[in-house]
Design a protein around this ligand. Structure first.
Ligand code: NAD
Length: 267
């Protein structure tokens, strides 16, 4: 995950040759790990050779994900925290570094989507959505960046949304505003951490087939899929693949970027 060009070049040759798993030997923290996209991403990170620290709100929901990765031979640690709690995230980072090794990558995948007409969003609902989507990403970055900067390498992926780029199709202004904030956070931290060799990117999914999307009405779901150029919803593994790319030595010259994995829903 270094930004060193020579390291990147040799790793590209090895990776495209298929001999070395893309994230071999690295330690990655993943938030939202028991969610629809998170659980698949956890598996794919493990398959790519990473040691994976899983976190989400509920220990019971994390347990089967941890078991699945362990059975697949991945070094895994699962710790339930509220990822918007900066002190809790800092403690998680310390524990992961001690038990799995220095943290090379962070995927901020935690999020919360709720449909609400703007005039119905009170201060509590606003804070809940902003904390779950933007507060979690900020706390994660805050926890890992100092050590990454000190080591001169590291890669952070903040999961945004097309809603943060062109507004939410279903009424959810708080969600769209928080995801737009994730993109602003990403670009600002890319500027701050880039000179130290640390990369910070956003991945902006289009409509992905998970429980979060199933919470919308069938009409809204069909409309969401129809907006892609392939007339279908995306799959969680298509997001996971983008995360692996942004964490891996295949993207050593990529920072401050918003990788759109949206089937052409927004060009
Ligand atoms: N599914 C989609 O169509 C879609 C589209 C665009 C963006 N996204 C984004 O992708 C990410 C994953 O979405 P998903 O579809 O898997 O949703 P999901 O609801 O299945 O998973 C989100 C996970 O985040 C966790 N989480 C929420 N708040 C948290 C907190 N404060 N601390 C720790 N964990 C917390 C939840 O418990 C949940 O397990 C989210 O950031 C979401 O906004 C999803």
């Amino acid at each position: 995950m270094s930004s060193d060009v020579a390291v990147g070049a040799s790793a590209v040759e090895a990776a495209v040759g298929g001999h070395v798993p893309l994230l071999a030997g690295s330690t990655v923290i993943l938030t939202g790990a028991s969610g629809g996209i998170g659980r698949t991403t956890a598996r794919v990170l493990g398959a790519a050779g990473a040691r994976v620290a899983l976190t989400d709100l509920d220990a019971g929901a994390l347990a089967p994900v941890e078991r699945e990765l362990r059975e697949a031979g991945t070094d895994v640690l699962a710790v339930a925290i509220d990822a918007s709690d900066q002190a809790a995230f800092a403690a998680l980072h310390e524990r992961v570094a001690a038990e799995l090794g220095p943290v090379d990558g962070l995927v901020n995948c935690a999020g919360l989507f709720e449909i609400a007409a703007f005039e119905t969003i009170d201060a509590t609902a606003w804070s809940r959505i902003v904390a779950a989507n933007l507060g979690t990403a900020a706390a994660g970055c805050l926890a890992v960046l100092p050590a990454m900067v000190a080591r001169g390498s590291g890669s952070i992926v903040n999961v945004a949304s097309t809603a943060g780029e062109y507004g939410s199709i279903s009424p959810a202004a708080h969600y769209a505003a928080a995801k737009a904030g994730v993109i602003g956070l990403t670009k600002s931290l890319a500027r701050e951490a880039g000179p130290a060799g640390v990369r910070v990117n956003a991945l902006s999914p289009g409509p992905i087939e998970t429980a979060a999307l199933r919470a919308t009405t069938p009409e809204q779901k069909a409309l969401a899929g129809s907006r892609t150029l392939f007339a279908r919803l995306g799959q969680p593994q298509e997001i996971a693949a983008g995360c692996v790319y942004l964490l891996s030595p295949l993207s050593t010259f990529v920072t401050g970027h918003v990788l759109r994995v949206n089937g052409g829903a927004l060009l």
